[in-house]
Ligand binder design. Structure first.
Ligand code: HEC
Ligand code: HEC
Ligand code: HEC
Ligand code: HEC
Ligand code: HEC
Ligand code: HEC
Ligand code: HEC
Ligand code: HEC
Ligand code: HEC
Ligand code: HEC
Ligand code: HEC
Ligand code: HEC
Length: 262
């Protein structure tokens, strides 16, 4: 009995509140609000849902999230976890609405230093950085991937190239962003790229009349920076056995690989 009275008072309050805020619209409003009513008093949210609502437009509606309305329902704001559970991303400590506006859930604004949230979906880059320490591994992901999701910066926005002719496209020949100190490169790497730092080796080889000058640096120093091949990797032991036993070092007669002394 008493409960009913209280409820009736709230109904009156609510209709008054609606009337106050919506004027003549209130006449048509029932206490049972329908989804079509929301737009009569709220413009921003329906607008956002209409243009960028994504699954929050197609899969659900206002009232599946906002059950009831003030003043009868004091709290009609849902928790994301009411509907999203069962993945590492839905367990992150950061507040969901820091990145997601529920009315345009995929228009994500990324602010502040973020790492844990990113790792909730991208475990591999973090693992790569942990396994291969570098200054990059000490930064938040958003130090580089800032503002919008998926944004990829150029190395050259923070670093100088090794030579004037080197471009952004060259960087990935030798470096991977998440393990930049592990320098590896394909056999097809142009010798000019090595020459940025090894100009004298490049000049010596280029000036040599021996056939090695036809080879690229990466043909011999293959795969990994600072690898040094053995002559026998390619030539085996071409001379009589007795001679190799007497002079075990090819260099005794052939000088250096970059300038064979015949
Ligand atoms: C007749 C006008 C009117 C209609 C229709 C209306 N609202 Fe509201 N709504 C308001 C007013 C006024 C407030 C602010 C109330 C307050 O601050 O106590 C409000 C507040 C809210 C809030 C914030 C509640 C909070 O706790 O901060 C939500 C969510 C909301 N409305 C959702 C809806 C939805 C969903 C619909 C449609 C089903 C809807 N409203 C229909 C007038 C209306
Ligand atoms: C996926 C669930 C979801 C859907 C669908 C949804 N909302 Fe919301 N809405 C929320 C959440 C969560 C908040 C609280 C956001 C915050 O605290 O910043 C909110 C906040 C609001 C507010 C209060 C805004 C303020 O600044 O206080 C209004 C009004 C509102 N929603 C109206 C609507 C209307 C109208 C619709 C349908 C067109 C709708 N919402 C659809 C989840 C939803
Ligand atoms: C009433 C249930 C409900 C609530 C509450 C809810 N969601 Fe959703 N959300 C869904 C459904 C259903 C989908 C579509 C299926 C899916 O992706 O799980 C969805 C999809 C999404 C998507 C993907 C959108 C797309 O277009 O692919 C994001 C992002 C999202 N929700 C974030 C949130 C956040 C953040 C909150 C809390 C502010 C929230 N949701 C609250 C039901 C809900
Ligand atoms: C630091 C920003 C950030 C925070 C905080 C955040 N998210 Fe996300 N969320 C994202 C990004 C980025 C995506 C990926 C969107 C894409 O695939 O384009 C995403 C995608 C989603 C999706 C849809 C895709 C999927 O894989 O399910 C849902 C649902 C979602 N988030 C819910 C949540 C919930 C719930 C919380 C809070 C527990 C939350 N998010 C916190 C950034 C964030
Ligand atoms: C909910 C899961 C989710 C979260 C959280 C998330 N991502 Fe993603 N991310 C994805 C998916 C899925 C893709 C691939 C789809 C695409 O290209 O949009 C992607 C793509 C990317 C890409 C590559 C884009 C490209 O062009 O190859 C980068 C970079 C990226 N995310 C960085 C981040 C960073 C940094 C964070 C943390 C702020 C983050 N992501 C949070 C799911 C997520
Ligand atoms: C120092 C800058 C930097 C930092 C820090 C960084 N990234 Fe990246 N990331 C890049 C660049 C540059 C690329 C483009 C690919 C490349 O050049 O190797 C990339 C590529 C990606 C991609 C798409 C390609 C791939 O490898 O899957 C994802 C996803 C990604 N980063 C996520 C992350 C996450 C998650 C973190 C934090 C744990 C992070 N990144 C930290 C610079 C960075
Ligand atoms: C947002 C800025 C930023 C971007 C983008 C970035 N770096 Fe860095 N990088 C740094 C900073 C800061 C350091 C640490 C200070 C330093 O050594 O310059 C660093 C360190 C390095 C180091 C190690 C230097 C050392 O002596 O330990 C290498 C190698 C490197 N970066 C290569 C790259 C490559 C290659 C890319 C592109 C794939 C890249 N960086 C993208 C900011 C960036
Ligand atoms: C041909 C291979 C190669 C290419 C291409 C290359 N690098 Fe490097 N880079 C290296 C090597 C090798 C080192 C390590 C030198 C050492 O051990 O001191 C290095 C070191 C670095 C460093 C650490 C500081 C320094 O200058 O020694 C940065 C930063 C860097 N590279 C950025 C870049 C950027 C940016 C690009 C693209 C413009 C690029 N690299 C292209 C091979 C390359
Ligand atoms: C950013 C500059 C840089 C680039 C680019 C670079 N190197 Fe180096 N390289 C160095 C430095 C620095 C050393 C160490 C020199 C020392 O220890 O005296 C080195 C050493 C070497 C060594 C000798 C290792 C040893 O044990 O003596 C070889 C071989 C080598 N580099 C080959 C290459 C090749 C091949 C390329 C091209 C794919 C290349 N480098 C690109 C900077 C670079
Ligand atoms: C990556 C493979 C490779 C390595 C390592 C290598 N070479 Fe060669 N070398 C070649 C090729 C290819 C030729 C050209 C063969 C031809 O055209 O007949 C060649 C030619 C030669 C020739 C003949 C030169 C000429 O101009 O006719 C000599 C001598 C020689 N190599 C000695 C050496 C010595 C000594 C070493 C070690 C310091 C060495 N090579 C390391 C691949 C290699
Ligand atoms: C035919 C194979 C071969 C080619 C091609 C080659 N190298 Fe070498 N390089 C070697 C060998 C073998 C050594 C070890 C010392 C020696 O025998 O000459 C060496 C030594 C080096 C060293 C360390 C000693 C020094 O001279 O500083 C560097 C740096 C180097 N090479 C860089 C380069 C660069 C840069 C190129 C391309 C311009 C290149 N190499 C082309 C086989 C080669
Ligand atoms: C005692 C001196 C000596 C030693 C040690 C030596 N060579 Fe030679 N090598 C020669 C001479 C002399 C020639 C013939 C030069 C010419 O024809 O111009 C030659 C020729 C070659 C040729 C070219 C063969 C051809 O058919 O054109 C190769 C390849 C070669 N040596 C590789 C090696 C390798 C690899 C080693 C070490 C395992 C080595 N040599 C050790 C003296 C030596």
């Amino acid at each position: 009995m008493f409960e009913n009275q209280v409820k009736n008072v709230w109904v009156v309050f609510f209709v008054m509140a609606l009337a106050f805020s919506a004027g003549s619209v209130a006449l048509a409003v029932q206490i049972d609000l329908s989804v079509d009513d929301c737009i009569k008093c709220h413009s921003e949210e329906p607008e956002q849902i209409a243009t960028n609502g994504g699954a929050h437009k197609t899969e659900i509606n206002c009232q599946e999230c906002h059950q009831g309305h003030r003043p009868i329902s004091q709290n009609n704001i849902p928790a994301c976890s009411d509907c999203h559970s069962g993945s590492a991303h839905y367990e992150v400590a950061e507040p969901c609405i820091g990145c997601h506006n529920p009315h345009q859930p995929l228009k994500i604004s990324i602010v502040g230093d973020q790492k844990q949230v990113c790792i909730s979906c991208h475990a591999a880059p973090e693992q790569q950085m942990a396994d291969n320490p570098s200054p990059h591994a000490t930064f938040a992901c958003t130090f580089c991937h800032a503002e919008t999701h998926g944004n990829i910066p150029e190395c050259l926005s923070c670093h100088e190239p090794h030579s004037a002719s080197m471009t952004q496209a060259n960087c990935s020949t030798c470096h991977q962003a998440h393990m930049p100190l592990v320098v590896t490169y394909p056999d097809s790497t142009a010798s000019e790229l090595c020459a940025a730092c090894h100009d004298s080796a490049f000049a010596t080889l280029a000036a040599s009349k021996a056939k090695h000058s036809q080879l690229a640096c990466a043909d011999c120093h293959a795969g990994k920076h600072k690898s040094i091949p053995a002559c026998t990797d390619c030539h085996d032991f071409p001379h009589p056995k007795a001679m190799h036993e007497r002079f075990p070092n090819c260099a005794d007669c052939h000088n250096i690989a970059h300038d064979l002394n015949k």
